[in-house]
Design a binder for this molecule. Structure first.
Ligand code: ZN
Length: 178
């Protein structure tokens, strides 16, 4: 298990459609463990594998008491509409209201390769949709209106114009200052 550096907006892997996982082997289980550790240290409610540079269909979430890994997740149905503020570990310090379906049914494999189906609403539904989007190369910014999106992207580019890479190291959870 290890902390993995986060890929930030601009890193091409975030725009890639991630590949299905064939078999859940020790490498995938190790990835899942490291993703949980990284998500916790970064204080996120979800993390997709391509956010740590690996374009495979794995995500972890910790929202509304659902602390789960989702391998090859598929959203089977989505109902209702809800708007709430979202952020993303790959786009730090940027937040915006995003409208999504409120209730979803998702099907995935767990870390042991066992299929499960889950019906969730509220934050868990939002987190899962956000992560499944990541696996398809979609960012929460893509759900915004063009004016808002353009404004946030312009601000991001300005603030990050001196960055030398798309990677951000995550500090261990116990070293965080807030
Ligand atoms: Zn995200």
């Amino acid at each position: 298990m290890s902390l993995l550096p986060l890929h930030l907006l601009g890193s091409p892997v975030l725009r890639q459609r991630s590949d299905e996982i064939g078999a859940i082997d020790s490498e995938v289980r190790e990835l899942i463990a490291s993703m949980f550790e990284t998500m916790d240290a970064a204080k996120g409610v979800g993390l997709a594998a391509n956010q740590v540079g690996i374009a495979r269909r794995v995500a972890v979430i910790d929202a509304d008491g659902h602390r789960i890994a989702l391998v090859n997740p598929r959203i089977l149905s989505a109902e209702g509409r809800s708007t709430a503020e979202e952020g993303c570990l790959s786009v730090p310090d940027v937040f915006a209201d995003v409208t999504r379906p409120e209730q979803i049914v998702v099907e995935a494999l767990d870390a042991d390769g066992k299929p499960f189906r889950l019906e969730v609403g509220a934050l868990a539904a939002r987190a899962i949709q956000h992560e499944v989007d990541h696996l398809d190369g979609i960012l929460f910014l893509d759900h915004l209106g063009p004016v808002k999106r353009k404004m946030l992207l312009a601000r991001w580019k300005k603030e990050h114009r001196n960055d030398s890479s798309y990677l951000k190291e995550v500090s261990p959870a116990n070293a965080a200052s807030d």
